[in-house]
Ligand binder design. Sequence first.
Ligand SMILES: C[S@@+](CC[C@H](N)C(=O)[O-])C[C@H]1O[C@@H](n2cnc3c(N)ncnc32)[C@H](O)[C@@H]1O
Length: 252
Amino acid sequence: MSLAHHEVMGLLGIGDLHPGGAAATRLLLTELEREAPRRILELGAGIGLTTGQMLERGWQVTSVEPSPVLRKILSERLPAPRVVASLDEIDGADVSAGARDRFDAVIGEGVLYSLDLPSVLRRLRRLLRPGGRLAFADIVLAEDADPALVASVHARTQAIFGFPMVPRELLTRKNWETLLHDAGFDPVFSQPVPLVDRAANDRKTWTAKALAAVRHPRLLPALLKFRLYGRRAWMPPGSLEGWAAVWSLNRG
Ligand SMILES: C[S@@+](CC[C@H](N)C(=O)[O-])C[C@H]1O[C@@H](n2cnc3c(N)ncnc32)[C@H](O)[C@@H]1O
């Protein structure tokens, strides 16, 4: 099976593959810190750059990461967090343990837009304690973006990169807010962030990439493919932006 873009980046040691990059993570963790969280659930941990920062703060982290390639890298880098392949492994067992054992916060960077948001938000509602925080760095589509183009870019980038560059549907700021409100969340913090801080593919020299390709032969064809397609302007300028936000699960 060919490697997905985030797996290739992971094998190169590149993380922070989300809107706003490392700066957005700092914003989110500073916001979460105010509530002194104890138990955190992380969706789409990748190679665990954010995971490591949360562990350094003494937080107890459970990470969800479906990619076996990335789970291996994460577990070798950081032995401390519990890492599972799917939310299914948590939903059920942890919730049945009772409200007092629910998570204080959930963080997802560059992942929520790719999922069935109404369904994931319902699940997160069950996993979070009342007043718990949902923190994310994610993608917002402009109100005037073309829904047919969005669906097509979603499908084509999913096929090429193994992960979609845009949501399946027109996920505008208004849609995000409606979905979050409907799932029982209230806004706490929000800030626009750049969509990409620096193209992930440009963060390593070709020498570093060639050395990595010697160790992992599946890397080279994937790197060449992503080089070819990665520079394409998939969406018209101004139709996508990033936002970092924290919402609170209301107590009602
Ligand atoms: C764009 S990457 C971001 C990774 C990491 N958060 C970062 O910022 O570098 C999206 C990540 O979400 C993971 N992912 C995909 N589907 C998921 C799901 N259903 N639940 C949790 N994570 C998922 C992918 O494997 C990938 O590691």
